[in-house]
Design a protein around this ligand. Structure first.
Ligand code: F6R
Length: 611
């Protein structure tokens, strides 16, 4: 197949296609008529939201492979090493999120073969790398890094030198790797080849050449025509030809897809960060969540109605949503249920009743812990329902029914608008089950105004942040349905601002945590006007007696609190949707005060595809 004249099947995809590809590292390759290095720098910058610690580029010019790489952000490494000035119209690039080996220049990709004629960038984990490395060391290969990825460059070299055929080298190497991977190799003869297994790889077809990337966003600035490679696919760009084969060498044909251009333009607009943009977007996303999904909501509600037991599962923020869902299902759906975090559930799931239903919640739909639960449960006959923001994600594909959050791309690493969207969907599902007892629809407008009011009250939040900016420990208390919000509030604060924060069920205070409270503590208390009010208020007084500073969140300001954040009036069952917003804002502004980048918290990645 030559450039541009392929079988161009127009599949209208998605608003969300980008999120299929969210992974920890980003890889990109280009071969065409333009200079590769400046393009690769831009492509890597487009994928920065995925999180990374180092960056590198390799280009091919006049039969020579040149590599530059370093630790830090693309912009900084580019200014110091002039990545974008590498010569040639063929190249590969990488942003690394360290898994095997420290964050060092040596461990940054691309990695090269001993003869320096092959450079490789890799995303994923090679589980059998130490075994492969020992074999290669015995054959005399010299390793320059501590990474698992470097074995790919040496394996390719080994096969290429022996067979003289890079197709065979790509196939043999791919077959030897165990684990989840996608990689791109650049050969000194000007060929670029990519292979995938359980990690995404997408070919972009533009008017002046080809891109290969782990994320559509990587090349969307240049083309909206894409081919999504399947597992065991290899793509080879040699001369001006593009060829696709599988690991056994058989030709494969995949449809060309037109992806939505608007994602190429994802930017912060007038906002300083994606995180604050996404917090603000909740005025719309909460209102939209579940709209147009009525059929799947009904379907899920029917499945849950006939389920003897329901397990809600997820990780991090999505697990907090699972906890709220369990509370709602008990109260309004009258079904037995539990919420178990996916990283723990995977050890139990083999022992659940097979006619149970699992509701797996995941923004990305690619979280390894969640997928592990589902993969173990499916063979037992357990029905899987998922709530995802990426309808094409692995989780959605593995589910019997999947409902879409529809909140648009979430670029900030910390989940904000996806949390309130997934939560709204669960309210909608349980409302449907209960014959409308929650009354979500009737309250949408009120809810939207309430979200707007909270977001407009940012100056109050900035004032609170100023007061608490030097505290070392923050505790967030809540009871009943507010306890998951206490956990979520504390998670937001710790991940964005790096201040130690803990969510505590207020009723447990006297059973231990009260020992920590003194004049230096800062306590945020979820104290809305519902059945938890009196008990939480009593807890607030106990804390006050120990001299700690207290910030209340609720609808009835009281003297016990030094500061009070008022939640606008809506039906009390909907409070969790609103209460979380002040915490997102506190976390954001605390990050700014502490000079931390709220969009890219240290050591965290947007989608955790490794266990
Ligand atoms: C916290 C956060 C993480 C994610 C968790 C699950 O702000 O973003 O805790 O919620 O990694 O991710 P998903 O929902 O994609 O499965």
């Amino acid at each position: 197949m030559r450039w541009y004249n392929g079988h161009f099947v127009l599949l209208a995809i998605l608003n969300y296609v980008i999120k299929i590809t969210m992974r920890v590292c980003s890889i990109i390759g280009y071969k065409g008529e333009s200079l590769a290095a400046p393009l690769l720098v831009t492509c890597l910058q487009k994928m920065e939201y995925r999180g990374y610690d180092s960056v590198g580029i390799a280009t091919i010019a006049d039969g020579k492979v040149s590599v530059k790489k370093g630790v830090g952000r693309v912009e900084d490494v580019n200014s110091s090493l002039l990545l974008g000035r590498l010569p040639g119209r063929i190249g590969i690039g990488h942003t690394r999120w360290a898994t095997h080996g420290k964050v060092t220049e040596k461990n940054a990709h691309p990695h090269t073969s001993c003869n320096g004629e092959i450079a490789v960038v890799h995303n994923g984990i090679i589980q059998n790398y130490s075994e492969l490395k020992s074999g290669l060391l015995m054959k005399g290969h010299i390793f320059k890094s501590e990474t698992d990825s470097e074995v790919i460059a040496h394996l390719l070299e080994e096969d290429y030198v022996h067979t003289g055929d890079l197709r065979v080298a790509m196939r043999n190497t791919s077959k030897k790797l165990a684990g989840a991977f996608s990689f791109i190799a650049a050969f000194s003869d000007g060929t670029i080849a990519g292979a995938r297994y359980d990690e995404p790889l997408i070919l972009g077809i533009s008017n002046d050449g080809y891109y290969i990337s782990s994320d559509v966003v990587g090349f969307l600035n240049y083309t909206d025509r894409a081919i999504f490679l399947d597992n065991r696919d290899i793509v080879i760009l040699q001369g001006s030809e593009m060829e696709m084969i599988n690991f056994d060498g058989a030709p494969v044909l995949r449809p060309t897809t037109q992806v939505a251009w608007e994602f190429g333009g994802i930017d912060k607009g007038t906002y300083a960060h994606f995180t604050i943009k996404e917090i603000n977007e909740q005025v719309e996303t909460i209102t939209k969540s579940g709209r147009g999904q009525e059929k799947s909501i009904k379907q899920v509600s029917e499945v849950l109605k006939s389920a003897p037991f329901v397990y809600f599962t997820g990780s991090g923020t999505s697990y907090h949503c699972a906890l709220v869902a369990k509370n709602l299902l008990t109260k309004y759906g009258k079904r037995k249920s539990d919420a178990i975090m996916s990283s723990e559930f995977q050890y139990l799931v083999n022992d659940i009743e097979p006619d149970s239903v699992i509701v797996a919640i995941s923004q990305s739909g690619e979280t390894a812990d969640v997928l592990e639960v589902v993969k173990k449960a499916k063979p037992l006959g357990t029905k899987i329902i998922s709530i995802v923001n990426v309808p094409t994600s692995s989780l959605a594909r593995l589910s019997d029914v999947s409902v879409h959050m529809n909140c648009g791309a979430e670029i900030g690493v910390a989940a904000t608008k996806s949390f309130t969207s997934q939560l709204t969907l669960l309210y909608a599902i349980i409302d449907e089950m209960s014959g409308g007892l929650i009354g979500l629809e009737e309250q949408r407008y009120k809810l939207q105004n309430a979200v707007r009011e909270l977001i407009e009250g940012q100056s109050m939040i900035e004032h609170i942040v100023d007061e608490i900016k030097d505290v070392k420990d923050i505790y967030v208390l809540g009871r009943s349905i507010h306890y998951p919000i206490a956990l979520e509030g504390a998670l937001k604060i710790k991940e964005l601002s790096y201040v130690h924060a803990e969510g505590i069920p207020a009723g447990e205070l006297k059973h231990g945590p009260l020992a920590l409270i003194d004049r230096n503590s800062c306590i945020l208390v979820l104290n809305p006007n519902d059945s938890t009010f009196e008990d939480v208020n009593a807890n607030a007084h106990e804390i006050k007696a120990r001299g700690a500073s207290l910030i209340g969140v609720g609808n009835s300001p009281s003297d016990v609190y030094d500061q009070f954040i008022t939640i606008p009036e809506v039906d009390e069952i909907l409070y969790p949707l609103l209460e979380v917003i002040p915490f997102q804002l506190i976390a954001y502004y605390l990050a700014l005060v502490k000079n931390a980048n709220p969009d890219y918290p240290r050591n965290l990645a947007k989608s955790v595809t490794v266990k």
